[in-house]
Design a protein around this ligand. Structure first.
Ligand code: MLT
Length: 271
């Protein structure tokens, strides 16, 4: 992987292919490898850039606010600085592709850096803030993860990440996800959970999104339910909505072929 310096440290990243720059932003508590299949497919026609967010994969954690951890806005600011380092300014607008936490970060990126965007792809994400109960669960994990270890987080999150049938039909995906979560540092998990708990409700912002947008959801997504994502697509003026059958939250890994097809069709229509 390459590394790029930013004011909060550095980001490790993959940069492959040439043409329209596409930024792939991973979910929590994962890393860029959740995009392996998309990197392979999209880099045939585009420049694909897939960073590890701070604390995840190969990127160091850097400074963390003790109360709010790393907020979605801060991750978005990191990405804007990262794109500056790669000389991708407003003259070379990117397609921002975010899954789940990557989507929460996307809302902040669009809000602050709209002129840097060519288009937007939101997979398996939400615009709502957490309920009080969900927020309390995140803060409990943030408090305790150092003692629990990341293995317990993998056990807690594993069943929610994929469709129930994946445990039998796609064991390699389940194993890959568990390995990534287990190898994520408790400090990174705590920082992100505090940031996730603090994230604002972005639903009223959706009608302001002006770029072409693709919304993708797994039919069996238990974290960002299809009905909620359909409402997101309905609220964004220039958007398309695609449901991936028999897939849970991790559509990019559970059904890469269908996701890659939807992405390729959307990207070719931009030209
Ligand atoms: C993710 O996949 O990024 C997380 O499941 C998001 C969340 O915890 O809300």
């Amino acid at each position: 992987m390459k590394t790029a310096k930013i004011s909060t440290g550095e980001l490790a990243y993959i940069d492959r292919g040439a043409g329209q720059p596409i930024l792939l932003v991973h979910g929590f508590p994962l890393d860029y490898t959740m995009w392996d299949s998309q990197i392979e497919s999209l880099s045939k026609h585009s420049r694909v850039i897939a960073p590890d967010l701070r604390g995840f994969g190969q990127s160091p954690l850097g400074p963390v606010d003790p109360t709010h951890g790393i907020t979605m806005e801060r991750y978005a600011d990191d990405l804007a600085e990262f794109l500056d380092e790669l000389n991708l300014g407003v003259d070379q607008p990117i397609v921002f592709v975010g899954l789940s936490m990557g989507g929460y970060i996307a809302w902040q990126f669009v809000r602050k850096y709209a002129s840097r965007l060519r288009a937007l792809v939101l997979l398996d994400t939400r615009s709502l803030a957490d309920t009080d109960e969900a927020r309390a669960g995140r803060l409990k994990m943030a408090e305790n993860v150092a003692e629990w270890g990341s293995g317990r987080v993998a056990e807690m999150m594993g069943p929610k990440l994929v469709a129930p049938s994946a445990f039998e039909k796609k064991p390699a995906v389940v194993t890959a996800l568990r390995r990534v979560v287990e190898s994520t540092s408790p400090a990174a998990i705590a920082a992100a959970q505090r940031g996730l708990a603090a994230r604002p409700d972005m639903t009223s912002f959706l009608p302001q999104i002006r770029v072409p947008t693709l919304v993708i959801v797994g039919e069996e997504d238990a974290i960002s339910p299809p009905a909620e994502m359909q409402a997101i697509a309905a609220a964004i003026p220039n958007s398309e909505f695609v449901v991936i059958p028999n897939s849970g939250h991790m559509t990019t890994m559970e059904d890469p072929e269908s996701v890659n097809l939807a992405l390729t069709e959307f990207l070719s229509a931009l030209k």
